[in-house]
Ligand binder design. Structure first.
Ligand code: NAG
Ligand code: NAG
Ligand code: NAG
Ligand code: NAG
Ligand code: NAG
Ligand code: NAG
Ligand code: NAG
Ligand code: NAG
Length: 584
C-alpha cells in the first residue's frame, strides 16, 4: 500500500512537472476554415488564436526522441532515441532543425530566446488563445534537451547528427540513417557564440518562467500561469555557467566552428560580439545585477555594435541588443537609466528600414528584402524586423514613430499572410491558398531523393502551422518541394510570427489577412517563368521578352552596329589614310 502511494505520488509528480495540457487536445482546423471571416469585432480574435495554435503545433511535428502520450501529431513516431550514446549520454529529444533531421543548438537557442522574449512581452496573448500550456510544452521540449546538451559547466554539445549523411537522406522518421555523432565544445575547444547564445536562451526563458516582465502596461506581461520559480532557477543556473564558459574558456574567445568544423556545413557563425552582449543583457535582467550590465556595455563598445543595419536572425543579434537595452532602461532597472540614447540608436536602426535607407529595400509587392540575407528565406528578415518593430513601438520617442513602426510591421505581416502578388499566405494549412509542398522530408512521405517533387505526387501529411522560406525578390512563389529557398520549413522561421500572433491576439479585432482571400477579389496567382535561386536555376536566363521587345532590341542592335561600322570605315579611310599620307 505504501509502495502504491509512493508510486502514485511519483506519477503525479511527473504529471505536474509542467502545465497540464487540455483533456481534449487542441488540433489545427482544416485549411478551409481559414477562408471564413470571423466578423468577431473584438479580442481575442478567434482567427488569430487559431493561427497562434497552428504556429505552435508546427514545433510538435518537429520533435525528436520518444514522443509523449500527449503527442498530437498522429503521423509522427519515436525517432533517434539513442542520440548521445556515442558519448555515453542521453541526448535524445529536442527538435529537428528544418526539413531534415539534424539537431543543432546554435540556431535552436535563437529560436527559443526569441519565443521566450516574445512571451515575456505579449504572453497574455497565449493565455487568451488558450495556448499557454502548449507554449510551456513546446519550450520545455527544447529547454530540457538543451539542459541535457550542457552536461557540465564547460561542456556544451552543439550538434547531434552528421550533416553529410543527413543531407543524403530523404525519407520518413523510421529510417533516419546513422551514425549520428555528438559534437561538443569545451574549455580547450570553446565556441563563444554558441555558449553565449544558449546562455541567452536559458536566461530569457528564466525571465519568462519567473514572471520578470519588461513592461509595466497590463497587456504586456508574461502569462501568469506559466510561472514556476524552481524551473526559472534551473534555467538561470545553466545560463550563468554557459556565460562564464563563453567569457572565460581557457581556449579563448572563438567562433564555434573553429572548434567543431562540422558547423560550417550548416550554421557557421560570423562572430560572437552580438551573442556576448545579448547574453549579458538577459542575465542582467534575470539577476538585477549591474556587473552583467557593465559587461554588456563593454562588449557593445569592444565589438563596435553601434551603427549597424544588419538583419536580426540566429547569426545576427545586434538589432535585438539595441531594443533590449531600451527595454531595460524603460523597465527601471537601477543600473540602466539611459533610455534616450537607446531610443536614439534603436530609432536610427528602425528608421533606416522604414525609410529604405540602408541595406534593405522593398520588393515591388512590398516585402522588406535584404540582398544576400533574404535570398534563401525571404520572409525571415522581414518577419524578424516586424517583430522587433512591434516590440519597440511602445517605447518609441514619439507617437508618430509608434504609429509608423506598427504600420510598417503590419504591412510585412499582412504580406506574409496573403496580401502579396501571389495571394498566398506563407503558412502551411491555414487557408486554401496555403503552400502545399513544403520542403520537409518527414511530411512529404517520399523516400526517393532523386524525385522529391513527384514522389509522392501529393505531400503525404499537412505540416500545419509551418512558415516556409518565402517568395523571391520578384515576389514570385513556386510551390515546388525541391525549391528549398522558397519552400523549406525551419524552427527559426516560425518564431517571429508566433510573437506577432500573440500580440495580435491581444490587440487586433480584425482577422489575419488571409480570411479575405476567398471573397473573389484575390484569386491565387501562378508565378511567371521558372525559379532562379540556389536550388533551381531554370529561370536564371532572365525574364522572357515579348516579340515587340525582341524586334525593338534587334533594331537598336542593328542601328548601333551600322553606326560603329560606319565610324570604323570613316576612320580607316580618312584618319589612317591621312596619317599614312603624312608619314609616307
Ligand atoms: C515547476 O517545474 C519543475 C521543474 O520542471 C517541476 O518539477 C515542478 O513540478 C513544477 N511546479 C509546478 C507547480 O508546476
Ligand atoms: C478559451 O477557453 C475558454 C474557457 O473554456 C473559452 O470560453 C474560450 O472561448 C476559449 N478561447 C479560445 C480562443 O479558444
Ligand atoms: C510513422 O510510422 C507510420 C507507420 O509505420 C508511417 O506510416 C508514417 O509515415 C511514419 N511517419 C513518418 C514521418 O515517417
Ligand atoms: C573538446 O572538444 C573538442 C572539439 O569538439 C574535442 O575534439 C575534444 O575531444 C574535447 N575534449 C574532451 C576532453 O572531450
Ligand atoms: C560550475 O558553475 C557553478 C556556478 O554556476 C559553480 O558554483 C561551480 O563551482 C562550477 N563547477 C565547477 C566544477 O567548476
Ligand atoms: C572570468 O574570470 C575572472 C578571473 O577569474 C573572474 O573574475 C570573472 O568573474 C569571470 N567572469 C565570468 C563571467 O565568469
Ligand atoms: C533591482 O534591485 C533594486 C535594488 O538594488 C530594486 O530597487 C529594484 O526594484 C530591482 N528591480 C527589479 C526589476 O527587480
Ligand atoms: C494595441 O492597441 C492599443 C489601443 O488601440 C494601441 O494603443 C497600441 O499601440 C497597440 N499595441 C500594439 C503593439 O499594436
Amino acid at each position: 500500500m505504501l509502495l502504491l502511494i509512493f508510486l502514485l505520488a511519483a506519477v503525479t509528480q511527473s504529471v505536474v512537472s509542467q502545465l497540464s495540457l487540455p483533456e481534449s487536445p487542441w488540433l489545427p482546423p482544416d485549411a478551409s476554415k481559414g477562408a471564413i471571416p470571423s466578423n468577431s469585432g473584438g479580442t481575442p480574435n478567434p482567427q488569430w488564436s487559431t493561427l497562434l495554435g497552428n504556429l505552435l503545433y508546427f514545433y510538435e511535428a518537429q520533435r525528436s526522441g520518444t514522443l509523449p502520450s500527449t503527442n498530437r501529431v498522429s503521423w509522427r513516431n519515436d525517432s533517434c532515441t539513442s542520440d548521445g550514446s556515442d558519448v555515453g549520454l542521453d541526448l535524445s529529444g529536442g527538435y529537428y532543425d528544418a526539413g531534415d533531421y539534424i539537431k543543432v543548438s546554435f540556431p535552436l537557442s535563437f529560436t527559443i530566446m526569441s519565443i521566450c522574449w516574445g512571451a515575456t512581452d505579449f504572453g497574455k496573448g497565449y493565455d487568451l488563445a488558450n495556448q499557454t500550456a502548449y507554449l510551456d510544452d513546446m519550450l520545455r521540449w527544447g529547454l530540457d534537451w538543451l539542459i541535457k546538451m550542457h552536461p557540465s559547466n564547460d561542456t556544451l554539445y552543439i550538434e547531434v547528427a552528421d550533416t553529410g549523411i543527413d543531407n543524403a537522406y530523404w525519407g520518413g522518421d523510421q529510417n533516419i540513417p546513422g551514425p549520428r555523432p555528438s559534437y561538443q565544445i569545451n574549455d580547450t575547444h570553446p565556441g563563444t557564440d554558441a555558449a553565449a547564445s544558449v546562455s541567452a536562451a536559458f536566461s530569457s526563458c528564466s525571465n519568462l518562467y519567473a514572471g520578470r516582465g519588461f513592461n509595466a502596461a497590463q497587456a504586456y506581461q508574461p502569462p501568469a500561469s506559466l510561472q514556476n520559480s524552481s524551473y526559472a532557477d534551473t534555467l538561470l543556473r545553466h545560463a550563468q555557467q554557459l556565460y562564464s564558459f563563453a567569457v572565460n574558456a581557457s581556449g579563448g574567445q572563438v567562433t564555434y566552428q573553429t572548434s567543431t568544423p562540422i558547423a560550417t556545413e550548416s550554421y557557421a557563425s560570423s562572430g560572437f560580439g552580438d551573442d556576448l552582449a545579448i547574453a549579458a543583457l538577459f542575465l542582467a535582467a534575470a539577476t538585477n545585477s549591474s556587473s552583467y550590465y557593465q559587461d554588456a556595455n563593454s562588449f557593445y563598445q569592444k565589438f563596435n555594435l553601434h551603427g549597424q543595419n544588419a538583419v536580426f536572425n540566429w547569426d545576427s543579434k545586434t538589432p535585438g541588443v539595441y531594443v533590449l537595452f531600451a527595454q531595460l532602461a524603460q523597465a527601471n532597472y537601477p543600473f540602466a537609466s539611459d533610455l534616450s540614447s537607446w531610443q536614439t540608436e534603436s530609432e536610427r536602426y528602425f528608421d533606416t528600414i522604414v525609410n529604405d535607407n540602408g541595406d534593405s529595400s522593398l520588393t515591388n509587392g512590398g516585402l522588406l528584402f535584404y540582398d544576400g540575407d533574404s535570398d534563401d528565406a525571404s520572409l525571415n528578415p522581414a518577419l524578424n524586423a516586424a517583430m522587433l518593430l512591434t516590440r519597440y513601438a511602445a517605447i518609441a520617442s514619439s507617437p508618430d514613430k509608434t504609429t509608423s513602426y506598427l504600420n510598417y510591421a503590419s504591412r510585412q505581416l499582412d504580406y506574409a499572410l496573403g496580401k502579396n502578388p501571389m495571394s498566398v499566405p506563407y503558412v502551411v494549412g491555414v487557408n486554401p491558398n496555403s503552400p502545399s509542398n513544403p520542403h520537409s522530408a518527414m511530411a512529404s512521405g517520399g523516400d526517393d531523393i532523386g524525385n522529391i517533387d513527384t514522389v509522392p505526387e501529393k505531400e503525404a501529411y499537412v505540416l500545419y502551422g509551418a512558415v516556409i522560406g518565402g517568395p523571391d525578390k520578384r515576389d514570385r512563389f513556386f510551390d515546388i518541394r525541391s525549391d528549398w529557398p522558397e519552400t523549406e520549413v525551419a524552427l527559426d522561421y516560425n518564431a517571429p510570427m508566433l510573437t506577432l500572433a500573440a500580440m495580435h491576439v491581444l490587440n487586433d479585432t480584425n482577422d489575419p489577412f488571409y480570411t479575405s482571400l476567398q471573397d473573389g477579389a484575390y484569386a491565387q496567382v501562378k508565378p511567371q517563368g521558372s525559379p532562379c535561386d540556389d536550388a533551381i536555376d531554370d529561370g536564371c536566363s532572365g525574364p522572357r521578352l515579348s516579340t515587340g521587345a525582341k524586334v525593338a532590341i534587334a533594331v537598336v542592335v542593328t542601328v548601333v552596329g551600322l553606326i560603329i561600322l560606319g565610324l570604323l570605315a570613316w576612320y580607316i579611310w580618312t584618319v589612317r589614310g591621312n596619317r599614312k599620307a603624312k608619314t609616307g
